[in-house]
Design a protein around this ligand. Sequence first.
Ligand SMILES: [Cu+2]
Length: 110
Amino acid sequence: MFRMMLWFGIALALVGGFAPATATGAAATPRVHVIVIDKMVFGPMPADVRAGDIIEWANHGILEHSATARDGSFDVDLKPGATARMTAKAGTFVVFCKFHPTMQANLVVK
Ligand SMILES: [Cu+2]
C-alpha cells in the first residue's frame, strides 16, 4: 500500500511539472514509456527504451495483473485500474504475469 502511495506521489509530482524542463546543465528529463495491460495482453511494448527511462505499467483490465521479469529484475503488482512506475535498466527481459502465466511479452532496454 505504501508503495502504491509512493508511486502515486511521484506521478503527481511529474504531472505537476516539478521536473526542470529548460534549466541549462540539468540532467535530461527521463522519457516515460507507458505499457498498457488490457484484455490479458501486455503491450504494445515500446521499442526505443533506454536505461534510465521511466516505464509506467498501466492496468486497464478488470483483473489484478503483475509485470514480473522472468529473471527476477522486477516484480510489479497492479490492481485493476492501477499504474506503477519503475526506472528501466539495460537488458532484455521476458515479462509475464504471476496471476496469468500465459500473459508474456519481451521488453528490450538499451
Ligand atoms: Cu494477469
